[in-house]
Design a protein around this ligand. Sequence first.
Ligand code: B4P
Length: 190
Amino acid sequence: MRLVLLGAPGSGKGTQAARLKEHLQVPHISTGDLLRAEVAAGTKLGLEAKEIMAAGNLVSDEILLGMLEDRFSRPDTAGGFILDGYPRNQAQADALDKLLGRIRQPMDFAVQLEVPTELLVERIAGRAKAEGRADDSPESVRTRLQVYENSTAPVIEFYRQHGQLTVVDGVGSLDEVFNRIIEALAPVKE
Ligand code: B4P
């Protein structure tokens, strides 16, 4: 199973990907987690990304592609993967197409988690209290939602036009959303 999870910040991508990884027995590749690991390790890349992420903006396409190429060069992705947080703009979608073509891992499915904006804001505010992530401040969240509307939402249309998109209602308990995703994936798993 080669799956891309799409959705606005707070839509549950990371949350559901962690569960899907166990269910599908494939690695979860989160570009947000990869970047946060670089920031935590204080690498050159992490230092470059830190302020950009805290402000809620997108880190450069070049950095992201380099990180992804590295990650896909590891053998554990040969049996499939769940990609979470990438692509976030059309240039990244095109780069992903090329990369997966080159490693002969064409994507099976893109799942978009759909959640109304008020609920996105509420969920992220909850995480801000619980975890204090640098980019969960109200100002950063406003920017992230704007970036999503301007840059990422058009990518969803791209996958729809290619017949690869399925939209899943992301409102409900973690189990409810998880079960909806599994149902949506059933035709692909057969
Ligand atoms: P990400 O790490 O991808 O952050 P995110 O969009 O907020 O999603 P996340 O997966 O963490 O949250 P989720 O919805 O699961 O990106 C962070 C930053 O990294 C970006 O802003 C950017 O700067 C940079 N970046 C990452 N990828 C990039 C790329 N490709 N190009 C450029 N820059 C990139 O969960 C949110 C909250 O909701 C959690 O608290 C969760 O518990 C809660 N929740 C989830 N589902 C719920 C449910 N059903 N009910 C109640 N609460 C729920």
